[in-house]
Design a protein around this ligand. Structure first.
Ligand SMILES: [Zn+2]
Length: 113
Protein backbone atom coordinates (compact mmCIF):
# COMPACT_ATOMS: atom_id res chain seq x y z
CA UNK A 1 0.00 0.00 0.00
CA UNK A 2 1.15 3.51 -0.81
CA UNK A 3 0.77 6.01 2.01
CA UNK A 4 1.01 9.79 1.73
CA UNK A 5 1.15 11.34 5.17
CA UNK A 6 0.92 14.91 3.86
CA UNK A 7 -2.19 14.28 1.80
CA UNK A 8 -3.46 11.87 4.44
CA UNK A 9 -4.18 9.14 1.92
CA UNK A 10 -3.52 5.44 1.55
CA UNK A 11 -4.24 3.25 -1.44
CA UNK A 12 -6.32 0.93 0.73
CA UNK A 13 -8.71 3.95 0.98
CA UNK A 14 -9.56 3.27 4.63
CA UNK A 15 -8.06 6.58 5.69
CA UNK A 16 -9.97 8.58 3.07
CA UNK A 17 -13.25 6.86 3.88
CA UNK A 18 -13.19 6.93 7.66
CA UNK A 19 -10.88 9.84 8.46
CA UNK A 20 -8.88 7.55 10.71
CA UNK A 21 -5.39 6.47 9.64
CA UNK A 22 -5.22 2.83 8.59
CA UNK A 23 -2.69 0.32 9.85
CA UNK A 24 -0.41 1.08 6.89
CA UNK A 25 -0.37 4.77 7.70
CA UNK A 26 0.22 4.11 11.39
CA UNK A 27 3.21 1.91 10.62
CA UNK A 28 4.57 4.71 8.39
CA UNK A 29 4.10 7.19 11.22
CA UNK A 30 5.98 4.88 13.56
CA UNK A 31 8.80 4.44 11.00
CA UNK A 32 9.09 8.19 10.56
CA UNK A 33 8.73 8.68 14.31
CA UNK A 34 6.31 11.42 13.37
CA UNK A 35 3.28 12.78 15.22
CA UNK A 36 0.88 10.49 17.05
CA UNK A 37 -1.81 8.72 15.03
CA UNK A 38 -4.56 10.70 16.79
CA UNK A 39 -3.16 13.91 15.33
CA UNK A 40 -3.69 12.55 11.80
CA UNK A 41 -7.38 11.83 12.41
CA UNK A 42 -9.99 13.99 10.74
CA UNK A 43 -11.07 16.99 12.80
CA UNK A 44 -14.61 15.58 13.02
CA UNK A 45 -13.28 12.69 15.07
CA UNK A 46 -11.60 14.84 17.67
CA UNK A 47 -12.83 15.30 21.22
CA UNK A 48 -13.16 19.03 20.55
CA UNK A 49 -15.66 18.38 17.74
CA UNK A 50 -17.58 16.04 20.03
CA UNK A 51 -17.77 18.70 22.73
CA UNK A 52 -18.89 21.32 20.19
CA UNK A 53 -21.64 18.97 19.01
CA UNK A 54 -23.02 18.46 22.49
CA UNK A 55 -22.32 21.99 23.79
CA UNK A 56 -25.98 22.87 23.51
CA UNK A 57 -28.67 20.76 25.05
CA UNK A 58 -32.30 20.26 24.13
CA UNK A 59 -34.81 20.68 26.89
CA UNK A 60 -37.29 17.85 27.26
CA UNK A 61 -40.86 18.56 26.21
CA UNK A 62 -43.49 18.55 28.95
CA UNK A 63 -45.99 15.73 28.99
CA UNK A 64 -49.49 16.15 27.54
CA UNK A 65 -50.95 16.62 31.04
CA UNK A 66 -48.85 19.76 31.50
CA UNK A 67 -49.76 21.39 28.17
CA UNK A 68 -51.42 24.78 28.30
CA UNK A 69 -55.23 24.62 27.96
CA UNK A 70 -56.57 26.71 25.06
CA UNK A 71 -60.31 26.34 25.69
CA UNK A 72 -60.90 25.25 22.11
CA UNK A 73 -62.53 21.90 21.34
CA UNK A 74 -60.17 18.97 21.07
CA UNK A 75 -59.38 17.51 17.70
CA UNK A 76 -61.31 14.42 16.78
CA UNK A 77 -60.42 12.02 14.01
CA UNK A 78 -62.88 11.89 11.10
CA UNK A 79 -65.53 9.15 11.20
CA UNK A 80 -64.72 5.96 9.32
CA UNK A 81 -67.01 5.63 6.32
CA UNK A 82 -67.80 2.13 5.09
CA UNK A 83 -66.47 1.55 1.59
CA UNK A 84 -68.93 0.63 -1.16
CA UNK A 85 -69.23 -3.01 -2.06
CA UNK A 86 -68.82 -6.20 -0.14
CA UNK A 87 -65.90 -6.14 2.28
CA UNK A 88 -63.09 -8.52 1.41
CA UNK A 89 -62.79 -11.60 3.57
CA UNK A 90 -59.25 -12.57 2.78
CA UNK A 91 -56.23 -10.68 3.90
CA UNK A 92 -54.23 -8.95 1.18
CA UNK A 93 -50.98 -10.88 0.87
CA UNK A 94 -47.61 -9.21 0.61
CA UNK A 95 -45.48 -9.50 -2.52
CA UNK A 96 -43.06 -11.81 -0.72
CA UNK A 97 -45.76 -14.21 0.32
CA UNK A 98 -46.75 -17.11 -1.83
CA UNK A 99 -49.90 -16.96 -3.89
CA UNK A 100 -53.19 -18.56 -3.02
CA UNK A 101 -53.22 -22.22 -2.17
CA UNK A 102 -53.57 -24.38 0.83
CA UNK A 103 -50.49 -25.25 2.82
CA UNK A 104 -51.95 -28.46 4.15
CA UNK A 105 -52.68 -29.90 0.73
CA UNK A 106 -49.78 -30.93 -1.45
CA UNK A 107 -49.69 -30.74 -5.19
CA UNK A 108 -48.99 -33.86 -7.15
CA UNK A 109 -45.57 -33.69 -8.75
CA UNK A 110 -44.73 -35.55 -11.91
CA UNK A 111 -41.22 -36.46 -12.86
CA UNK A 112 -40.19 -35.41 -16.38
CA UNK A 113 -40.50 -38.17 -18.88
ZN1 LIG B 1 -3.97 1.67 4.23
Amino acid sequence: MVVDLRKRTCTCRFWQLTGMPCMHAISCMQDKNDKRAEEYCHEWLTMEAYRKTYAFHVNPVKGQDLWEKTGRPTLVSPPIKPKPGRPTKNRRKDKDEEGSGSKTRMKRKYNPI
